[in-house]
Design a protein around this ligand. Structure first.
Ligand SMILES: Cc1cc2nc3c(=O)[nH]c(=O)nc-3n(C[C@H](O)[C@H](O)[C@H](O)COP(=O)(O)OP(=O)(O)OC[C@H]3O[C@@H](n4cnc5c(N)ncnc54)[C@H](O)[C@@H]3O)c2cc1C
Length: 564
């Protein structure tokens, strides 16, 4: 038996359930008929014919976040009696009111049950007329239930360990894809109830329960993406344009490519938005005088790209690029490949690993690269350390200062002047609970199953101090991660992609360049392969310039397609 649910259930539309379980079909029908007559409009009356069936239905309702108001169980049932059923049902839906249906002869058992399962009422059979014997009881139970916590939780739920790197990654993944979720720790009562309903335990976390009530146990990003409705597979074999990377540059390229009629596919390793998607507030992007959060900007851009017909593929990592005649072939980590006339590399940059001993052991367990927005709620009223002196660190400090007890920015330079925008330095100066520790760096981190202490070294005074710290956010220098382009396109000594006039050697053609014409402005050393955004050597490392280069690269793609 299943608990039916409308496809478009919204919290407002979800009716709380009254579940009746009785093995006698005649009695069962009569209870449900009477309940439906009076409560059917506001409550979903669910009927089960055995304890195990009813528990299955309750598990399903638990996963779907459907509230259960009352359980009406017959005492005498074969296999699992009413008291045993209510005992197990309590573990899943502790707030549901419990009513036991008994014959007169079983009154003693019913009285005992008051203690065993914290029974709210026992109802003697028969209950005719219901107006006198059934409805007043159910009305009183509903009144009591309405005073308890019973809001339907229909959004996606994640159950995991507080200090688990993978749980943290899953939260970040959903947040970056703008999928609202509720987080439950596996050792809190509701977390344990959800694990039990999903048929698993704390050793198999994280568990993601979709809005439809499907439980995904230790899912990969690709599984998650598919289940939550994100596209992971291109629909065609050949495109006019493949854009690699879904940050501002890639999204800009996808919008302009698709809107100008190119068959365009954007391929993203994790979630669209790139670095900008991690920004709590971008205040210097044209057209947003009050600022815009990176995730909002990314969401709008992704919808805009899709509106124009660009395909946006997530959780696909590009690991190779090949030239096959006129086709440019992009290879994925899983061995698949995709062909196009042209490619725009917009893979941006990633945070460099922090070199302090122990950092890798605590990543996701107190140490986070970026992720300040996802973790903010968890470090409310706590002391937070941020490493980095650029705008990204400054934004995170301002954001976290609203809920944390204190925020300390650790920066190697003597001040923030040379690395952070003036407007952010001013904001930081005006926030009382932010401190800047200049000339400083984190040298070691330590703890048990999560971060508990960090050691800070002051290079100006040559001193070290170990402080208690559970939250360390790293916003340190970025690296382009373009090793997969090795031997294919020319990169500078730091791995950034060189393009256009910068490729020229002593004013002449780049080495190996096969065409008469010189490379177009954003064209790499491979004709038809362009670069845009932060991965471009000497680029401005700003949202606006990344979007601008994405748009401009598309203009050059058209030029290439017209005359390769
Ligand atoms: C926290 C933070 C705050 C910032 N605030 C501001 C600000 O206020 N104003 C401002 O102008 N700039 C800001 N910046 C900088 C700005 O976000 C970047 O300059 C901009 O995002 C660069 O865009 P991009 O598309 O070139 O690269 P990215 O944003 O880095 O995006 C690249 C994308 O490519 C994907 N990718 C990488 N390799 C592969 C691969 N092999 N296969 C598939 N996909 C891949 C990545 O997952 C990523 O999503 C901020 C940066 C950060 C981190």
């Amino acid at each position: 038996m299943t608990a039916p649910r409308d496809r478009n259930d919204s919290p407002a539309a979800v009716k709380p359930a009254i579940l009746s379980v009785d093995d006698d079909p005649g009695v069962s029908r009569a209870v449900v008929r009477d309940l439906r007559r009076r409560y059917g409009e506001k409550y979903r009356i669910v009927r089960a014919q055995s304890g195990p069936d009813a528990l299955d239905a309750l598990r399903e309702m638990k996963l779907r976040g459907q509230p259960v108001a009352i359980l009406v169980a017959d005492y005498r049932m074969p296999g699992m009696d009413g008291i045993q059923f209510l005992e197990q049902a309590m573990d899943l839906h502790p707030y549901a009111r419990r009513v036991l249906l008994t014959a007169y002869a079983d009154t003693d058992a019913a009285i005992d049950a008051i203690n065993v399962v914290d029974l709210d009422h026992y109802l003697l059979k028969p209950w005719d007329p219901p107006e006198e014997k059934l409805y007043p009881v159910i009305d009183a139970q509903l009144e009591a239930w309405l005073c308890t916590e019973h809001r339907p939780i229909t959004e996606t739920k994640i159950v995991g360990h507080r200090w688990s790197a993978r749980s943290s990654e899953v939260r970040e993944f959903l947040a970056r894809n703008q999928l609202p979720y509720r987080w439950y720790m596996s050792d809190e009562p509701e977390g344990a109830r959800l694990l039990e309903a999903a048929g698993t335990d704390a050793d198999h976390c994280p568990v993601v329960i979709t809005a439809e009530g499907e439980a995904l146990i230790e899912p990969t990003d690709a599984e998650l993406a598919t289940r939550v409705g994100l596209n992971t597979t291109p629909s065609k074999d050949f495109y006019d344009l493949i854009v690699i990377g879904g940050g501002p540059a890639g999204l800009g390229a996808a919008v302009y490519g698709a809107s100008e009629g190119l068959r365009t596919v954007l391929v993203e390793r994790t979630a669209t938005g790139g670095q900008a998607g991690q920004s709590s507030r971008i205040e210097n992007y044209l057209g947003f005088p009050d600022g815009v959060s990176g995730s909002q900007l990314a969401d709008r851009a992704r919808r805009q790209a899709s509106k124009f017909g660009a395909e946006v593929i997530t959780t696909r990592d590009v690991v190779g690029l090949e030239v096959r005649g006129a086709a440019r072939t992009v290879r994925f980590a899983d061995g698949d490949s995709l062909d196009a006339h042209t490619v725009i590399v917009a893979t941006g940059v990633m945070y460099r690993r922090h070199p302090a001993p122990g950092i890798d052991d605590y990543t996701g367990r107190g140490v986070y690269y970026g992720s300040a927005m996802t973790e903010a709620a968890r470090c409310a009223n706590e002391d937070v350390y941020i490493v980095g002196g650029a705008n990204s660190a400054g934004q995170a400090a301002v954001y976290l200062s609203r809920t944390s007890r204190s925020v300390t920015i650790v920066v190697r330079a003597p001040s923030l002047e040379n690395s952070m925008s003036h407007y952010l330095i001013q904001q930081i100066e005006n926030i009382d609970n932010i401190t800047v520790r200049s000339c400083s760096e984190v040298t070691t981190v330590a703890g048990d199953d999560h971060l508990e202490r960090i050691t800070l070294r002051n290079n100006a005074t040559d001193t070290e101090e170990t402080v208690d710290a559970q939250w360390l956010f790293l916003f340190i220098g970025a690296a382009p991660g373009t090793e997969w382009l090795d031997g294919v396109v020319v990169r500078d000594e730091r791995g950034y992609v060189v393009a256009g006039p910068d490729l020229a050697i002593d004013g002449g053609r780049p080495r190996g360049w096969p065409l008469e014409r010189p490379p177009h402005h954003l064209e790499t050393s491979v004709p038809g392969v362009f670069v845009a955004g932060d991965v471009h050597a000497d680029s401005a490392k700003r949202v606006a310039s990344a979007v601008g280069e994405g748009a401009m690269a598309v203009m050059l793609v058209h030029r290439y397609l017209a005359k390769p």
